[in-house]
Design a binder for this molecule. Structure first.
Ligand SMILES: *Cc1c(COP(=O)(O)O)cnc(C)c1O
Length: 447
């Protein structure tokens, strides 16, 4: 059977179904807001409009009830929420925050907004969240917080990370953008640290276009998040706040339209997740039959929400590189409806470890003179060199690939095409010419 990448006929000729969660509920909710004429009701001063209008406030109370957390604070993105969280924990300029290199960039650059310094620890070989041992090795007297990410939808190692945070008296900021509905024991991801942040952007499980929610059980933290969201500097005096550290506010306010959409979306989360988990279980079982593919485990006591489905690939067993193998699989398949321009929704490596971005490589953040890195006597202790986080680098370079062809609207027969494509490429892998393939250097040494 000739592979599609060599001109053979592909396994699939039609698009995969769209992941579209917007329906008549959202449309009518938006229409009501439009008809009211009040598209946002915030005022950037202390008073009854400081916390926004009825849709925002209803979303916040429904969100806190759903996730079992005292405070939920709606913002205009998860990125904004991370900025609020870093400011609210009372970070000082020059303090250090331990972050993951293997995540969306905002979760690692958030400390820089307050002139604090991101310090990268490595990720776990099996789960890809921050590795507690690596985290502990990076802690110094200047460490103030850890931003931990429930990457791909898998909750972090709560027991170990929270114990480290307690031991060194540092805050845990949980980035649960990819993990709404994931659980550790009977608690939801997002509520496992001191403060958590969710995303409601278009690419996430549930969305309102752009949006985010911050959650915490800590009253004082919640109050500071609300202030940073909405022009803190103009509010603290009339509100009677004594502690004004980091109380320069932003406008991170969510509109009534997005809040109305988000309320409808939250009601759909559980059903969407059930289907996604069922689909992932099916694909995990089938693709694990390929000797070069391994299916990452779900952490003990955890429920995975599968923002994307990660797989590991062993080049040495396959005799071809991950990148070649995945290219050949993609040639057998088709894009997804509504996202045709994004190609087949399987991709290699996830993200380049973030310390390799120009921001860290050149240590140029604010202005052109190296601030804040160069200001610090201890900047020599902080490395952003290649080799810093070997597990993240290896996952990026040759082991990990992720698939979105398991979303809630994929049917069994859609997934069977995915499985067929993988099997076809596996069985005919010798057809893939070695000369076409890019091998990572370490694999060439092994072969
Ligand atoms: C999507 C995402 C963000 C950013 O979310 P926005 O709402 O787009 O700002 C942050 N962290 C992680 C892990 C994400 O996946």
């Amino acid at each position: 059977m000739k592979l599609a990448i060599n001109g053979g006929s592909p396994v699939r000729n039609k698009l995969f179904p769209a992941y579209s969660t917007i329906g008549k509920e959202e449309k009518s909710a938006v229409e009501k807001v439009l008809d009211s004429g009040k598209l946002s009701q915030y005022i950037g001063g202390w008073g009854d409009k400081f916390n926004g209008g009825p849709q925002v406030q209803a979303l916040e109370s429904e969100w806190s009830e759903y996730f079992g957390v005292k405070h939920a604070i709606a913002v205009n993105s998860c990125t904004s929420g991370l900025y609020c969280a870093v400011g609210a924990v009372g970070i000082e300029p020059g303090e250090e925050v331990i972050v993951s290199p293997y995540t969306m960039s905002a979760s690692a650059v958030a400390p820089l907004i307050y002139n604090a310094i991101p310090v990268f620890a490595d990720v776990e070989e099996e789960y890809f969240c921050l590795d507690p041992d690596s985290v502990e090795r990076r802690i110094t007297s200047r460490t103030r917080a850890i931003i931990i990410v429930d990457i791909f939808g898998q909750p972090y190692n709560v027991e170990k990370i929270n114990a480290i945070a307690k031991k060194y008296n540092i805050s845990v900021i949980e980035d649960a953008a990819q993990a709404p509905g994931a659980c550790y024991k009977n608690r939801y991801a997002g509520t496992l640290g001191d403060v958590g942040v969710y995303s409601l952007n278009y690419h996430k499980h549930i969305h309102c276009g752009e949006g985010g929610v911050v959650v915490t059980n800590d009253d004082a933290l919640a109050e500071r998040v609300r202030l940073i969201r909405n022009h803190a500097e103009a509010v603290v005096e009339n509100k009677g706040c004594a502690d004004i550290a980091n109380m320069i506010g932003y406008n991170f306010r969510m509109t009534e339209i997005e809040a109305a959409i988000s309320r409808c979306q939250l009601k759909k989360l559980r059903t969407l997740l059930d289907k996604r988990q069922e689909n992932c279980a099916y694909l995990n079982e089938k693709l694990a039959e390929i000797p070069a593919i391994s299916v990452p485990a779900v952490r003990q006591n955890c429920e995975h929400s599968y923002y994307v489905q990660p797989f590991k690939f062993d080049e040495a067993i396959a005799g071809i590189s991950r990148d070649c193998f995945v290219e050949a699989v993609k040639a057998e398949l088709m894009p997804t409806e509504l996202r045709e321009d994004e190609g087949v929704k399987i991709s290699c490596g996830y993200v380049k470890p973030l310390y390799l971005l120009p921001l860290f490589q050149r240590k140029i953040a604010y202005g052109n003179k190296g601030f804040p890195f160069a200001e610090l006597e201890f900047s020599d202790n902080i490395s952003y060199n290649k080799g810093l986080c070997p597990v993240a680098e290896r996952m990026y370079e040759k082991e990990l690939f992720i698939s979105e062809l398991m979303h809630s609207f994929m049917s069994k027969s859609d997934m069977d095409d995915v499985v067929k494509a993988f099997m076809k490429v596996w069985e005919n892998r010798t057809e893939i010419k070695k000369s076409m393939c890019f091998f990572s250097k370490s694999t060439i040494q092994k072969l």
